[in-house]
Structure formats: structure tokens, C-alpha cells
Ligand binder design. Sequence first.
Ligand code: ZN
Length: 423
Amino acid sequence: MSHIVRKPDWAVVDLDTVGGRVFCQQRWQYEWLVVPPARGWTYAERRAFHHALDSQVWGIWSNRILLRTEGTNDFCRTHPTVEVEFDIRWVLSNPHWSVDVRKMPPGSNPTTFISNVEPSKGQIHLDTADLASYRPQNAAGERRTFRALPHEFGHTMENPDEYVARSPHLVDTDSIMNIGRQIRERHVRLLLAELDRMIDHCRFTFGGPAVRRISRGPKVDARSSSSSAASLSPAASKSPPPPDDTADDSRTWFEVKVLDEVGEPVAGLDVTFAVGANAKATTGGNGVARVADVKTSSSFGSMTVTSAARAKEILAPRWTTARDQKLTEGAIVRPVGTSIDSVPVEAEKTIVVHLVPPTQDWIEIEVFDGDDKPIVNQPFLLVLSDGSERRGSTDDVGLIRVTQIPSGPCKVNFPEIEKYAKQ
Ligand SMILES: [Zn+2]
């Protein structure tokens, strides 16, 4: 037998007796909640949340500890140590854990809603602001850079908080159940208890941190009945799975939405994604450029505008009239100069990019007539320091406001008034 599997109520624990590895997988069923004014979850957002959560938990918990085997049987002889992978599987039924996730409004931070786990009820309460790292302080006054979700995962193995004054482990600041990132023997005692029931005359003990740092590689379905050698082949490498068993491959997509400084889509722009291999795409009428069916083991990459000159060609005509910029919150802003800096992208997430004129200055002019009355809705021509021109009209209180112009002196003309004056 190559796999021994135990199914306590908190996870599936799978020991690969050939490869000498332990896979501990939890089935999580999400309920997607919204905290106004945040808007409803899109499917892409749900996938992105699960993906980020699974990656963070994997990064802190998997391949970080070594277990030692003690005993007289063959397995102990051939595998004196084993490593452990922890995995969260998004399921639509039969979960180990029911997980509600609050989509938080902009401006929320990890302490806006305090995530928590109720092991006796099999319930976990999370929020999207917890994806960010922050620097909490424990009851001993220590601070560390910390992420909440891998800590909450620790609670699923019945580990209490250690950052509180009543904890005997308060001084162990670097512990994951305190405000650190490290796993201790006490944190995996439930796992050790399950393993100890698997093989006669074989005991598992905590052997300390794993010496190697292993980057995220192939993930193996703990329930897989195939042999570990086959499962660990590069072909089995995949991004975290979509819910249940609907798909099981490493294909994913990346997408950017390119807008100008007033939020209008920039169509017909060639862009290059560096995601695994390079992939080219062109923005459509809605400003969206997408590369689908990308095979990559990483969910992160970058996008560059293929030709800055071409971007300028498309955008410069729009910049001949004065326009007030309306940038989308959270969007990435790139001035269109001789080159355009690349933009970080994430799989299965639409990244909004604003291409704006290369300089950031602005001017405001109030226009009055001889009686100190504002001159409203009056066409103007602004000649900028670089000789380029902007046209527009004074607003209903006689104000001209022009943003995104080159620094330096400029001249304002009122063609209609001058025409009238000349007559
Ligand atoms: Zn906690």
C-alpha cells in the first residue's frame, strides 16, 4: 500500500509510504458575504481570494517542518524523516470547515473585522482585508510583520492564541499562534496523533524546522489514488484548484483594463504579458487585453505596453482639450513618456491601468469681466510651456482648471472675446 489515509473531522491526513511525505488537506466550503459599501463578489474575486489564502497558508505551513520516525518497521528504516504539506481545497459540499468570508470596503485593514475560528462548530470567519500583512503587537509589547490567515489555519488544529497575557507561550513571539511565522511541535500535535495511528511500531515526532526552503511546486491531491511518483511529476504541477473537481489543470488567465486619465478605454493598444512565457495581446473597445489558457506555476507576472510611441500616438489627440482626470481607485497609473513602466499582474484578476499624460502639473484661472462678474462658459485656448495647446470653456463659476500639463509658464487666450473685440 502506498497511501495510508485517516479522516479526522478537521482534515484528511494522507501518508505516502513510498515517497515519505505527509499531505494534510482541509475541505473548505465558503459563504461569500459583503460588507457595504463593498459590492458583490464576482467569481474571479472568489477564485482570487481562495488562491491567495491557499498560497499564504501553504507558504507558512508546507515543507516548513520535519517529522522524525521512530520504530522497528521498514517504513521507519527507509524514511527517518518526512515532510508535511498543508493544503486547502475549495469544495461545494461535504466540507471540514464552513468558512464565511466578508468582502470589506476600501480602507479596511486586518483589524477592521477580527477573523476567528470556532473549532467546536467547524466554522471559520474571515475577511478580505486579512490578505494584507500588518504589524500587530502582542501582550508582551513585541511587534512582528504578520499575516492573519495562516494563523487562523493554526486554530483549525485546536491551537489557542499565544499573543495573549494568559498564554504560557507569550514570550515565543515568532510562533505562528503568537504574532510570528514559525511552527512549533505543539502546533501539529493533532497531526502527530493521527500519524501515530497509521503504522504499527512507528511513532512520529517533531524534528524541527525543515532545513530546505522549497518554493511552491507541484501540489498533490491528498485523496489521489495514484502513486506519489506519478503525482509529483512536473505534469501534475498546477495552480490551486477551482471548486470541487470541475477542472484540474494549470491553465489560467491574466487580464488588464487600460483606461486614459478620464477613465475612457484605450483600444487598439498592443501589450506584452510576462507570465511564464511572453504573451502578446491587444486591447479591445473596452480597453481590456487578456491572455487566456496560460500555462504557469506562478499566479504573478507583469505587463508592459509594447510600444510607448504607439500609446502616445493613440492618446495624444485626447490631450488637446482640457480634461479633469478621474482615476479609478486602486488602479495603477502610468505616465505615457518615451517608455512606460511595467505593471504587476495577478492571475484571474483584472488589473486596471490608467495611462496619463507624462507631466503632472495643473493650472487654475478665474476669469472675471470688468464688473467683477465671472465669465462663464467662455471658450479658451491655453498655450502650454512646451508650445502645445489645450482648449476648453470656463465653467459655470468662471473657472478654468487644466490638469496634467507640463510645468512652466503658459498663456491663456479667449478666441471668442478676441473675435468680438476685433469686430
Ligand atoms: Zn487567533
